[in-house]
Design a protein around this ligand. Structure first.
Ligand code: GCU
Length: 607
């Protein structure tokens, strides 16, 4: 053993680690679409590849020269069995199911390809940012893999600086939306498995040392204090200028001290106008570093649980809500992603008299949260730990925790979000309690300022009515209850008298309640699928909920009829779940007016 080399290794290793850390590129770039960027939205060539022929050879081993090489034929005798440039196209962002009829039910791989030109600025970093890809993505730039991501509803980024050339480049993405038992969600859900690059894609152009992540939030225990933290990334060893935090309307312009690892923290005395649904005040926040300016609009508010109350800015609030799937309000549905989609869906919620939306069952696109901030809607945001994920599998837990971390990292500056939900309708058993307790602890570690909840569908039925005794209820801050009296159990007229008891002294949200109706199908209130039946279920459940003393919110299922492969009843469902208060064509049903009248009463009694 040559001890000299050993000493040299000991000397160099820490430096390598430090340099590695100094160039740490794995810090999420916050507020990506507010950065200098090259948008890759638009038409991409696509190759449908159900046998993954572009990835595996006939021995089922990964190809050296798969479709990601984007090879071109050089002479007329050459064999090449794919060609992006002569392939059809798909629009990005957008699911493939609603763009091509042959892809409506498709579950498998589709390859996406896009050429783009770029001239790199000296010393700059270039990160490719995906708003979301459902479900698995493998990303290649100029034929070289830059990263992969699992999870259909969270943003992700890869540093591609060293893969780019000046002039023409190309990106290829292998997207696979197959459902697998060991995924999050698992194989059975009650929503359409929309595949594709479903949210915007951009190349972020960042200075050699840049503002990556940041949080600027009101102190949850002191509404006269703002806590700010900024994480720099790139070459932290380079010489750089000051880091300034400005909130002009609050006369704040403050220099932040940067530590060696690129962190900066600041606590500021301030008296902002507090954000609320009635007064959704947003402040312009600017982070200036080395000539780079990052702008955001942030609301300042506090949220807490006090006994059975949810307190917003120190005052008890009743959440008049509605559940929403991320499905476009018009144009044949499909994944919603645009500002128009967000404004329409949230406008409908406001028209219903809502101050609250449950964005089910997965993190919605970033625009939805920014518009909720702007319009004054409180938000329940959740990860798709839905029904029967593999609670006993540690790798599945890691996937769930990663999606939770990605959701909170992206949205931690959004005033509208007051609840993080870790699960929906999961079976009562020890592995599930351990799994969800781990996620709840992680949530509180990542963000101690918001409340944690989960939607539960297991209650004990006794002669005195329903008793909430799911052990998960003792771990969350706010209890979510899904209960379909008059649809999945009981007849509607028996619901009003149904009693509920909770032993937890915590706020309770009826996170799902409702019934199906085919819009335009009219009859009497005992006939299933009619608007009258649905309206009667709402009347009866409203009467029931008014008797639940711990009730502090309702988010009935659901704003709009949505696609689901589970719902096949001909001429009634036709692959739609019909529990919407609005049809897929945007037509309101009778139940819409029943709920709206209830919310009008709740709102006036709250004043
Ligand atoms: C469940 C589930 C929803 C589903 C709904 C229904 O509670 O949470 O995702 O769509 O009930 O059965 O319509």
């Amino acid at each position: 053993m040559n001890y000299k080399n050993l000493w040299v290794a000991f000397l160099i290793l820490p430096l390598l680690v430090f340099v590695g850390k100094a160039n740490a590129q794995d810090v999420y770039v916050q507020n990506a679409y507010a950065r200098d960027l090259i948008s890759l939205d638009g038409h991409w060539n696509r190759i449908i590849d159900p046998y993954e022929n572009g990835y595996y050879n006939h021995r089922y081993l990964p190809h050296e020269d798969g479709y990601f090489k984007n090879a071109q034929v050089k002479n007329k005798s050459e064999l090449l069995e794919y060609n992006f440039s002569t392939s059809d196209k798909l629009h990005v962002p957008g699911d493939w199911n609603t763009q091509e009829s042959q892809l409506f039910l498709y579950e498998g791989t589709v390859w996406y390809h896009k050429d783009f030109s770029l001239n790199k600025k000296v010393g700059y970093r270039y990160l490719v940012h995906f708003g979301a890809v459902n479900y698995q993505a493998i990303v290649y730039v100029n034929g070289v893999k830059v990263g992969d991501h699992e999870g259909g509803f969270t943003s992700f980024q890869f540093d591609i600086s060293d893969k780019l050339v000046n002039g023409k480049n190309f990106v290829v993405v292998k997207v696979d939306n197959r459902r697998e038992r060991n995924q999050v969600p698992t194989v059975n859900t009650d929503w359409w498995n929309y595949g594709g690059i479903t949210r915007p894609v951009a190349i972020l152009e960042l200075p050699g040392t840049y503002v990556a992540d940041y949080s600027v939030q009101l102190d949850n225990a002191n509404s006269k204090m703002i806590n700010a933290s900024v994480t720099l990334a790139g070459n932290l060893k380079a010489k750089h200028g000051d880091l300034l935090l400005s909130i002009p309307e609050l006369n704040i312009k403050q220099k932040m001290q940067i530590s060696a690892d690129g962190q900066a923290k600041l606590t500021l005395a301030a008296s902002p106008q507090l954000w609320s649904p009635e007064h959704p005040k947003l402040y312009d926040v600017e982070i200036n570093f080395n000539g780079e300016v990052v702008r955001d609009r942030i609301g300042f508010r506090t949220v807490a649980v006090k006994g059975e109350n949810i307190e917003l800015n120190g005052k008890s609030v009743f959440l008049r809500g509605i559940s929403i799937h991320e499905e476009a309000p018009f144009n044949g549905g499909g994944r919603a992603w645009s500002e128009d989609d967000a404004r329409t869906l949230l406008r409908w919620a406001k028209d219903l008299g809502c101050n609250f939306v449950r964005l089910a069952h997965y993190p919605h696109n970033e625009t939805m949260l920014k518009i909720a901030d702007e319009m004054g809607l409180l938000v329940w945001s959740e990860i798709p730990v839905y029904w029967t994920v593999m609670f006993e599998d540690k790798a599945v837990y890691a996937k769930a925790e990663k999606q939770l971390t990605e959701m909170i990292t992206r949205d931690k500056n959004r005033a509208s979000i007051i609840l993080w939900s870790v699960a929906n309708e999961t079976p009562v058993k020890q592995e599930r309690l351990n799994f969800l307790s781990g996620l709840i602890n992680k949530t509180r570690e990542l963000d101690g300022t918001r409340l944690v909840t989960a939607a539960m569908d297991t209650q004990t039925t006794t002669k005195d009515g329903k008793v909430i005794d799911d052990p998960l209820a003792s771990v969350v801050d706010v209890i979510g209850i899904n209960s379909y009296c008059g649809w999945y159990y009981e007849v509607p007229e028996n619901c009003a008298s149904q009693k509920w008891a909770s032993k937890y002294n915590k706020p309770l949200i009826m996170s799902e309640v409702g019934a199906d109706a085919l819009q335009g199908k009219l009859g009497d209130k005992t006939e299933r699928w009619t608007e009258e039946y649905q309206a009667e279920v709402f009347r009866q459940n409203i009467a029931m909920m008014e008797n639940i003393s711990a009730l502090r919110g309702v988010s009935p299922w659901i704003l709009k009829d949505f696609r689901s492969p589970r719902r096949s009843l001909p001429d009634i469902q036709d692959f739609y779940n019909r529990k919407g208060l609005v049809s897929e064509a945007g037509v309101r049903k009778q139940a819409w007016y029943v709920l709206r009248d209830y919310y009008k009463k709740k709102e006036s009694s709250a004043e």
